[in-house]
Design a protein around this ligand. Structure first.
Ligand code: PHE
Length: 449
């Protein structure tokens, strides 16, 4: 049996967990959702979801992970031997596996766009839509890039918790935050900024429906990496002096900040070029933005070049730190429960997930007409994981921590055996016992009906 790794510093803990949380969800999915769901009103609902649902669920995952110091499936088995709660452990690892398989597809596109941006090929395309469609529907390139990205992820995970995950997070996360700061400043110096800001800051509540609230909640779960075993697994590497509540707050704050800042540089840029729609859908970052960057910086092409390269580098770093946590969640299970050496476990998981990923890669090309329940494989995996399994997982985690686990155990864990004070314990307990499960269930049922 391999020795379990541990994060060695507080900074490492926060940056690794924030690395999992900050991902394509922040830079790609969040602005798209904001665009589709009425701008500022969506952001406000999203903030409420993070505060009242995200933080309590994250804290609960931390409690489970750190208390058991083991992978997600064993964690539930240890805390509730022989009980059906283990379903949530399995659900968590399973969802991580499924998400990894489609996450690498978009991450692969990002890698391709970064390479193209560096080579200066994104500048001159006359038709960005055709450019994008040609690439994603071709039978070879997107697959190669997805495999390359998966290989990068594997190379980090295989080095283990300290030398791989922690070390990379400490390099990549500060870079990512710096890039985003530069992009925001650049974007604010463009004309048309005020219109973009108005779109982000003026709420239009007429667009708010239960569907919008479900989207906000789904987005919060996805963006904070909740309910899929990633944070639970990372927490199993936390030391006994890690302040779980503080960490949950820092991670949620960094994640939300990056999402909102992404909106802050994307929308002003989009609005600075007339004739481009804000709600351009998932094509936003691959069709709209290269176009926008190019047009906005027509007079200073060098700035346009740097801006574009930085943007795709940002996306790539964000994607990588997240996919690492997805792969780690499943790998930790294979290492500990199936007794495989880490190197082999990581290869197994990467290869299997990539096989599933092929279906997702080809959902945009040769398999685009193959549909189950009216959805391509890619959309189906996304729908099942983020709209069904994640909310269900969220409910189970709350009920497990709030009702099943001994209250004393939970209190000891959040206070580090009473070495810390946690004044909000009752509020936390109330939220995970009643508010969060009821809220998730209500929105979920409403949506299904
Ligand atoms: N939170 C990541 C994002 O925002 C996605 C992710 C989901 C990562 C689940 C890990 C686990 O893109």
């Amino acid at each position: 049996m391999e020795q379990r790794g541990n994060f060695t510093s507080k900074l490492g803990v926060v940056l690794a967990a924030a690395g999992s949380a900050v991902g394509l969800g922040n830079v790609w999915r969040f602005p798209t959702e904001v665009g589709n769901n009425g701008g500022a009103a969506f952001i406000l609902i999203y903030l409420a979801c993070v505060l009242f649902v995200g933080v309590p669920v994250m804290l609960s995952e931390f409690v489970i992970g750190r208390h058991t110091h083991s992978n997600t499936i064993s964690a539930y088995n240890q805390l509730a031997p022989g009980k059906w709660w283990r379903i949530q452990g399995i659900n968590g690892v399973f969802v991580a596996f499924v998400i990894l398989s489609y996450y690498v597809v978009i991450a692969g596109w990002t890698l391709f766009y970064l390479v193209e941006a560096v080579m200066g090929n994104l500048k001159e395309s006359a038709d960005y839509t055709a450019y994008f469609n040609d690439f994603v529907s071709s039978p070879v390139s997107p697959l190669i890039y997805a495999v390359a990205f998966m290989a990068l992820t594997h190379l980090v995970v295989v080095r283990g918790v300290q030398a791989g995950i922690e070390k990379c997070s400490k390099v990549m996360m500060p870079m990512l935050l710096l890039i985003i700061a530069v992009l925001v400043v650049c974007s604010f110096s463009m004309p048309g900024t005020s219109e973009g800001l108005r779109f982000l800051l003026q709420p239009d509540f007429s667009k708010v429906t239960p569907g919008v609230v479900l989207s906000a909640m789904g987005q919060a779960f996805f963006s904070l990496s909740l309910a899929m075993g990633c944070l639970c697994t990372y927490a199993s590497y936390f030391g006994s002096d890690t302040n779980l509540f503080k960490t949950a707050c820092s991670v949620s704050m960094i994640d939300t900040m990056v999402a909102v800042l992404s909106g802050f540089f994307i929308f002003p840029a989009v609005f600075s070029v007339s004739g481009v729609e804000a709600n351009a859908g998932p094509g936003l970052v691959f069709i709209t933005l290269p176009n926008v960057f190019n047009m906005a910086f027509q007079n200073v092409p060098v700035v346009g070049y740097v801006f574009t390269v930085l943007f795709y580098l940002l996306l790539l770093l964000a994607a990588l730190t997240s996919s690492i946590s997805l792969l780690e969640s499943v790998t930790a299970y294979v290492v500990e429960s199936l007794h495989q050496p880490r190197a082999r476990a990581s290869v197994y998981v990467s290869v299997l997930s990539m096989l599933l990923g092929v279906l997702c890669v080809y959902s945009f090309g040769p398999l685009s007409d193959v549909k189950l329940f009216g959805l391509t494989f890619f959309d189906l995996f996304d729908f099942v994981s983020s709209k069904i399994l994640l909310p269900l997982g969220g409910i189970l985690i709350c009920l497990f921590t709030g009702w099943y686990l001994d209250r004393r155990l939970v209190l000891d864990e959040v206070t580090n055996q009473e070495r810390l004070r946690f004044k909000l314990f009752r509020v936390y307990l109330f939220l995970i016992r009643y508010v969060v499960p009821i809220a998730i269930a209500a929105i979920f049922v409403n949506e299904l009906i």
